[in-house]
Design a protein around this ligand. Structure first.
Ligand code: SAM
Length: 308
């Protein structure tokens, strides 16, 4: 997808797994492997001009390294040992922006195959509890192997519909953070070739996905101790992104508000939507990543009411 002359080629992003190693050790390792380290990227041009065996540190995410688009590290020793995770930059944003404190309880509502769960475990330093749900048994099995390899220990996997969880269950009474990364059209994924049938039925498909995503978000907001939630998709469609969040928030505006995060991120929500500045979008063209959407919601401070 995104053939020559169309979308710029997306670089390879490598997240350092701080449960097993640190950025300087990984940088030294790659230098020993003949790569040259150029330090922290100062501009998008630094990133888009990467070639050969050169690599950079990401300017937004302190544990993310950037390699040239053609780099394949699947056979690399550090990958096999769980020291690095091959995760696109945009998909590192949700856990980074949720930013839970070590020791916290978190729900990862749609967790498999688990890249974001392992990132959350690293942010928690394995202290706390992640309740991770998914409906797909095969993806959960892959996830389980990956989490063991990554050295994550602070999680419980549940082969369960998140919509069937009871927010009043005492088990979840300390859940302060929720990461909601529901199934979506996947239309932002650069490498994804859409099936013809998907395109033909796009409006109906988007409507169904959007209904599901609204249900998931509305359910997540019912958890009584929830303080902060991140909603994300790898879709470019407004119906799955701004529309979902703004619509659900209408019913919850006394309790929750959108927060403007990462001001240094250039690509925000669609300008035609309310609160556009509060949303983050990502795309091959503007951020040199896959297409992605992120919104951060926080509980209104006690006594506050109405939109912020
Ligand atoms: N967060 C994952 C990661 O970073 O690796 C990717 C999640 S993927 C976008 C969406 C996932 O939601 C799929 O694995 C799908 O099986 C799961 N899912 C769909 N409906 C669900 C539901 N009602 N409850 C829990 N999981 C669900």
């Amino acid at each position: 997808a995104g053939g020559a002359g169309q979308a710029p080629r997306v670089p390879r992003y490598v997240r350092v797994n701080t449960l097993k190693t640190c950025v300087s050790d990984v940088v030294d390792y790659f230098k020993r492997q003949g790569y040259s380290y150029l330090g922290k990227a100062a501009s998008l041009e630094d990133v888009s001009s990467l070639s050969g065996k050169k690599f950079l540190l990401d300017p937004h995410l302190p544990e993310l390294l950037i390699f040239a688009p053609q780099t394949d590290l699947h056979e690399n020793q550090l990958y096999a040992a769980g020291h690095i995770i091959l995760q696109d930059k945009a998909s590192c944003l949700p856990a980074f922006l949720l930013n839970p404190l070590p020791g916290s309880h978190i729900i990862d509502a749609c967790a498999a195959p688990g890249n974001k769960t392992s990132q959350l475990a690293a942010i928690l330093k394995n202290k706390g509890q992640i309740f991770a749900f998914d409906l797909d048994a095969k993806r959960l099995a892959t996830m389980s192997t990956m989490l063991v390899r990554a050295g994550a220990t602070c999680y419980q996997l549940a082969h369960q519909d998140f919509l069937a969880t009871d927010p009043a269950d005492p088990k979840y009474s300390s859940v302060r953070y929720i990461l909601l990364d529901p199934s979506c059209s996947g239309s932002g994924m650069v490498s994804r070739v859409p099936v013809e049938e998907e395109n033909a039925n796009l409006p109906e498909r988007l409507q169904a996905l959007s209904r599901f995503q609204r249900k998931m978000l509305a359910h997540a907001l019912k958890f009584p101790a929830l303080q902060r939630l991140v909603y994300s998709t790898c879709s470019v469609h407004q119906e799955e992104n701004e529309d979902v969040v703004l619509d659900v928030l209408k019913q919850w505006e006394k309790e929750f508000r959108l927060v403007e995060v990462l001001p240094s991120w250039s690509q925000r929500g669609l300008a035609t939507c309310a609160k556009a500045k509060c949303f983050l979008r990502a795309s091959p063209k503007e951020t040199l990543t896959n297409g992605f959407f992120v919104a951060v919601l926080e509980r209104q401070p006690a006594g506050a009411s109405g939109p912020s």
